[in-house]
Design a protein around this ligand. Sequence first.
Ligand code: FEO
Length: 397
Amino acid sequence: MQCTRNITEDLVWVGGNDRRKALFENIFPIPRGVSYNSYVLLDEKTVLLDTVDDAVRGQFLENVAGVLDGRKLDYLVVNHMEPDHCAVIGDILLRYPEVQIVGNAKTFQMIGQFFEYDLSGNSVVVKEMDTLKTGKHELTFVMAPMVHWPEAMVAYDASTKTLFSADAFGTFGALNGNLFNDEIDFDRDWLDDARRYYTNIVGKYGVQTQNLLKKAATLDIQMICPLHGPIWRSDLGYILDKYTKWSTYEPEDKAVMIAYASMYGNTEAAANQLANLLAQKGVQNIAMYDVSNTHVSTLIAECFRCSHIVLAAPTYNGGIYPVMENFLTDMKALNVQKRTVAILENGTWAVTAGKQMRAMLEEMKEMEIMDTVTIKSALHDDTPLEKLAETIATQLA
Ligand code: FEO
């Protein structure tokens, strides 16, 4: 049965929601599920904007057929060729063999790599600022390379001031019936997942996201239709401000996160003690995470949110405790930068974790690294946490 919602009189959401998948990209936990958005424009010509993931194929095909209601499909715009959006292109070709596929040169290269469809006679290759007139509407295509793959592009409909933004402005989280940002409490219920989505999926490509934002700033946009999560039709400044901060690596909050790894509880005790001292010095909303029990995507999101990061870990096999090393590797991969970082190292003999953590942090851009605090096996009265707490509290005041 068709499960769709009208966005405007002639624009319909035909996507699907997946609450069964445990891991997005087989890496990222999605306890709130994820939506795969797709849109049908019912103009003089009919247009489908992107398809969906295999997981919601059946519902999606019913939605498209229901909305078309016997009309033929004229165009399929492929803004993004990642399989969570392109998996159902083949089914669309089978059902609507006359459909014209609209994409850029890289899109068609990727279609050829993923599939073996004969698209001769079915393809419309577009470049930057090319247009597709469909009747009342005209789509303008704007390239958005590396947001989040090289072929990514967005489509702008000037007649309704709508941006079909591909992965940009997307978020983890299935849609619970409510489709628009003004039907939900985004800041309360969605922001953490939106941050975790952006920072882990697109976080590495801040410069490219900035390039897209600059292009978007030249357009009069009143509605954003992303490929995941709610549609923005009000308060666009809110999400644009988040994207500006995230893509320029500026902290969202003047705040501290303490990420500790602890084998027997001694490093954890030091982290607790530091948090206690910080709180006594007036620091509020301290975020504390056990790296062994927190998915690294959450840690990365918090790195993007907080101005100050404390990393505490034992030495292990002469190196960094593995979960902390993995976190640092991910920080580097996702371009975390412009943060003030403190290191707490622990060890019973040959304490080397701090030196190696510092070396990894020094490979990141514009990191201000404080003096390392060394714990010898367990916390003692002379462990200099007081001085560290004072420095962080002063900076956050
Ligand atoms: Fe939602 Fe980059 O795919």
